[in-house]
Design a protein around this ligand. Structure first.
Ligand code: NAD
Ligand code: GLY
Length: 369
């Protein structure tokens, strides 16, 4: 396996390409080709911007000297995915004089991608967004599929829009500066694809753990491409999550409740980040599935062991009340008519959406921690 550039196509009404390979953030022609108009807002966070913003801006300006490029940089971390910072991005577009053919470049992890994507969805009722993911999690999940959002104190991603990107450009060399904790968080979402629909990929992840955790370029490129193929296949059939796209949320209802209850992660606090919360959530969903007689408890153990082997948490952090977590779960976007609707599974590779889940059974799982 080599780490040569790859492309994954996302079909549907608004098709686009996901470009995956080392050095792409300096690829002037690739970046330039993604821009239609004259105005570009380069959005990032204050960890990623010092590392990568200048190279993107310089490459873009070299390719397209006529471009007017503004920038908007937020503090790093989930706590920045707010309506206030959304308003800041909108103000930056206004200051730039951005017209309908403008483009927002989202350079960073899922926080920047979701927030900048939402600003692009709203400015003048929608301008282009090109996702430049720099975390593994963003490369395998958040940059693809057009979900954009901000968090509010009442819950994660509760304010947002579907707004597919015009392109996704994933520079795998950017992963070299990613802290190992964030690499592991991304691997939780990679494991999710195996857990919900691909037992062979799950086995590959069991076998390639050492290479992936060591940041091996070829193994990571393979994991990213396979994950993007899975996500592309689902979102092109169900872009607005009317059906099977919900399966991508295995563990997320539990995970989002944990993130909301903790008040969201930020550099310098010990709160779980999104990928870690999803890891815990997947184990809780698997345990609930076993308790409801849908799945074999041995599969829960296999999933739990793989997550542990990747250094991910598998238990609810201390101090979070089960009743409080359940209250947050009631505000999940998948719920209908006030009843819990969860992604559960029938074992490795087989997930399904279950409506009207009994809250007593959920509470029992939450109480076990
Ligand atoms: P993040 O954006 O907070 O990035 C994690 C940390 O890594 C940040 O501190 C960031 O500054 C730093 N970082 C990013 N790239 C770096 C690099 N190359 N080198 C060094 N440091 C780097 O978090 P995330 O895990 O990327 O994304 C999580 C967010 O994505 C959550 O808000 C979640 O809700 C969202 N999400 C959205 C979707 C979707 O479909 N839209 C899917 C999954 C997750
Ligand atoms: N991360 C879930 C989705 O994109 O649908």
């Amino acid at each position: 396996m080599t780490a040569s550039p790859r492309t994954v196509a996302v079909g549907g009404e608004l098709p686009y390409q996901i470009h995956i390979g080392p050095g792409l953030l300096s690829d002037a022609s690739l970046l330039g080709a993604a821009i239609r108009g004259r105005h570009v807002l380069l959005a990032s966070d204050d960890t990623v911007a010092p590392l990568y913003l200048a190279r993107v801006r310089d490459a873009l300006q070299a390719a397209r000297p006529e471009l007017k490029i503004g920038q908007y940089v937020i503090p790093a971390g989930e706590a920045s995915k707010t309506l206030d910072n959304f308003a800041g991005a909108i103000a930056a577009l206004a200051a730039l004089g951005a017209t309908r053919d403008a483009c927002v470049l989202a350079l960073g992890g899922g926080v920047v991608g979701d927030l900048a994507g939402f600003a692009a969805a709203c400015w003048m009722r929608g301008v282009d967004c090109v996702q430049l993911p720099t975390t593994l999690l963003a490369m395998v999940d958040s940059s693809v599929g057009g979900k954009t959002a901000v968090d509010i104190p009442q819950g994660k991603n509760l304010v947002g829009a579907f707004h597919p990107p015009r392109a996704v450009i994933a520079d795998t060399a950017a992963l070299r500066s990613l802290p190992v904790r964030e690499l592991r968080a991304g691997l939780a979402e990679v494991i999710k694809y195996g857990a919900i629909r691909d037992p062979l990929f799950f086995q590959w992840l069991q076998a390639e753990r050492a290479a992936l955790l060591a940041g091996d370029d070829a193994a990571l490129a393979q994991a990213i491409a396979r994950s993007c193929e899975h996500k592309a296949e689902i979102v092109e059939r169900d872009p607005l999550e009317k059906g099977e796209r919900a399966l991508l949320n295995l563990g997320h209802t539990f995970g989002h409740a944990i993130e909301t209850a903790q008040g969201y992660g930020a550099p310098g606090n010990d709160n779980l980040n999104h990928g870690e919360a999803v890891a815990v959530g997947m184990v809780l969903a698997a345990r609930l599935s076993a308790a409801l007689g849908m799945a074999d408890a041995a599969d829960t153990d296999t999933l739990r062991e793989l997550l542990l082997a990747y250094g991910l948490p598998v238990r609810i952090p201390a101090g979070l009340e089960p009743e409080g977590l359940l209250a947050h779960m009631r505000l999940d976007k998948k719920n209908i008519a006030g009843r819990l609707r969860l992604v559960l599974w029938r074992g490795i590779g087989k997930a399904e959406v279950v409506a009207d889940v009994d809250e007593t059974a959920v509470l029992a799982v939450l109480r076990q921690g």
